[in-house]
Design a protein around this ligand. Structure first.
Ligand code: ARG
Length: 483
């Protein structure tokens, strides 16, 4: 076997790049970083989406610097105007992003320098460390609000389907074995509870993001007479009473990534909820269940088997939830061993967070459309729910009302089930004589128990699947989702 030939050491990449020294931090350098280094270290390919937030931060910084006398009003106006222009170019797609400028912050600053010499003054009292922390907190507030609304839409369609299917009875399962009858409405509203909590969690994450780190500098603030309140207020870092919210420790402010973890935890959990809905619907749409028909637009065919209609959208939802869990793990691992304060490792905090947001917002949109397009098959559901064994527990309750302790009642009904199995007869078709030999306390009306409508109507305590309860829950959700 030929020995792999030693590659000639690639051109000066390992030495100096020959490129001019970096304009933002190049003072102590004779030349710029190697091309290979830039390729490895750039983040502009993924952090450019922070541009609107970075520009917002820079405009607040400009206003504040003018307020404290570090910029003239003319300089301030040139900066604000220049940043507006840059944002316009970014939005139109005309802006040219340079990998050699590393990240979104330096790309924008570089573009601003071309527009006004005042750009060189903008970074007074600021570091990219507090700059990126600020931009990310603004992004979290925005993205949590976006997900809040996406979840609102999922909730809306769940409640709409619940309302339309209050009379569709199907078995509820434990251990994937038929357990007790419920309605499709009750089953769908169970997911509404889960997504409702997810929605509250994203609000909470946005609240935790709502503290302004700007002015923390690299890690130890600044000697310049900056006004942190002014920038924080302009950027909307205020509580519900309008009181300004500032991070209270400059080292924490640039090193902490708690909000990233909380966001990813909320996203991972929301993804798990979506995955559980997906799993139920995948099962229900199978020929074995036939409880629902999925909307065609969200299924796919097979290139080989002409009859197939596969639930790919739901399978992808289930699959993507694994990806979301991975992102949470990545974030926790990323920060666990970091000494205070900022370390460049932290640049890796963005891809998992952005991907979690992209996948989850898309996934929730998909979920809403699939749920909206579900066509329940009431007959197949009713057939599965008509098994009298689903009301064995209600028969035990009947015996309790006749004075039998529940454990004894449970035991007696268990024996009745075994007998019915042995005689190959439905539980409710056992003869009175046979049944009373096992459970003498059975009332004259014991067979009335085997009526699903009656069984559901008897469950009207809070949280139960009784029709009045369900109607009340639907009203509650509709009110909660108003506006
Ligand atoms: N792109 C960098 C990041 O996201 C910005 C902060 C750079 N700070 C630094 N000290 N090199 O982490």
């Amino acid at each position: 076997m030929a020995k792999p030939s030693k590659k000639a050491p690639s051109t000066p990449a390992a030495k100096a790049s020959g490129a001019p020294a970096q304009v933002t931090w190049g003072g102590r350098f004779a030349s710029g970083p190697a091309a290979l280094m830039l390729k490895f270290s750039e983040s502009v390919s993924f952090d450019r989406r922070l541009a609107p937030f970075d520009i917002m931060g820079s405009q607040a910084q400009a206003n504040m610097l003018a307020k404290v006398g570090l910029l003239t009003n003319a300089e301030r106006d040139a900066l604000i105007h220049g940043l507006d222009n840059i944002l316009g170019e970014i939005k139109s797609g005309a802006f040219v992003w340079e990998t050699s400028l590393e990240d979104v912050h330096m790309n924008i600053e570089h573009a601003l320098r071309k527009l006004t010499p005042a750009a060189a003054k903008l970074h007074a009292g600021r570091s990219r460390n507090d700059q990126v922390a600020t931009a990310m907190r603004l992004w979290f507030k925005w993205s949590c609000s976006h997900l809040y609304h996406a979840l609102g839409e999922v909730l809306r369609v769940l409640v709409e389907q619940a309302e339309a299917n209050q009379k569709v009875v199907l078995p509820g399962y434990t251990h994937l074995q038929r357990a007790q009858p419920v309605t499709l409405a009750h089953h769908l509203l169970a997911y509404a509870e889960m997504f409702g909590r997810d929605r509250a969690r994203f609000l909470e994450v946005a609240e935790h993001a709502n503290w302004c780190p700007l002015g923390s500098g690299a890690l130890a603030g600044t000697t310049l007479p900056i006004d942190r309140e002014a920038t924080a207020r302009e950027l909307g870092f205020v509580d519900s009473q309008g009181r300004v919210r500032l991070t209270q420790n400059s080292m924490d402010a640039v090193a902490d990534r708690d909000v990233f973890v909380e966001f990813l935890a909320a996203a991972a959990l929301c993804g798990v909820h979506a995955s559980r809905v997906a799993e139920d619907l995948i099962l229900w749409s199978s020929a074995e269940f036939r409880f629902v028909t999925l909307p065609e637009a969200f299924t796919t065919g097979s290139s080989l088997m002409p009859q197939k209609k596969n639930p790919d959208a739901l399978e992808l939802l289930r699959g993507k939830s694994a990806r979301l869990q991975g992102h949470l793990q990545t974030m926790l691992s990323l920060i666990k061993g970091l000494p205070l304060t900022y370390n460049r490792d932290l640049q890796e905090d963005k891809p998992p967070v952005f991907d979690a947001f992209d996948q989850l917002s898309l996934g929730l949109e998909i979920l809403a459309r699939v749920v909206e397009g579900l066509e329940p098959n009431a007959d197949a559901c009713a057939a599965a729910a008509s098994d009298p064994l689903l009301l064995a527990t209600d028969l035990a309750d009947h015996l309790v009302l006749q004075g039998l302790p529940f454990r004894d009642a449970h035991h007696a009904v268990g024996a009745l089930v075994a007998l019915a199995e042995k005689l190959e007869t439905p539980l409710n078709k056992l003869s009175d004589a046979d049944a009373r030999k096992i459970a003498p306390k059975l009332g004259a009306n014991w067979r009335d128990v085997f009526n699903t409508t009656r069984a559901l109507a008897a469950r009207e305590k809070p949280g139960m699947p009784g029709p009045k309860q369900i109607a009340a829950q639907i009203t509650r959700w509709k009110n909660a989702l108003k506006g």
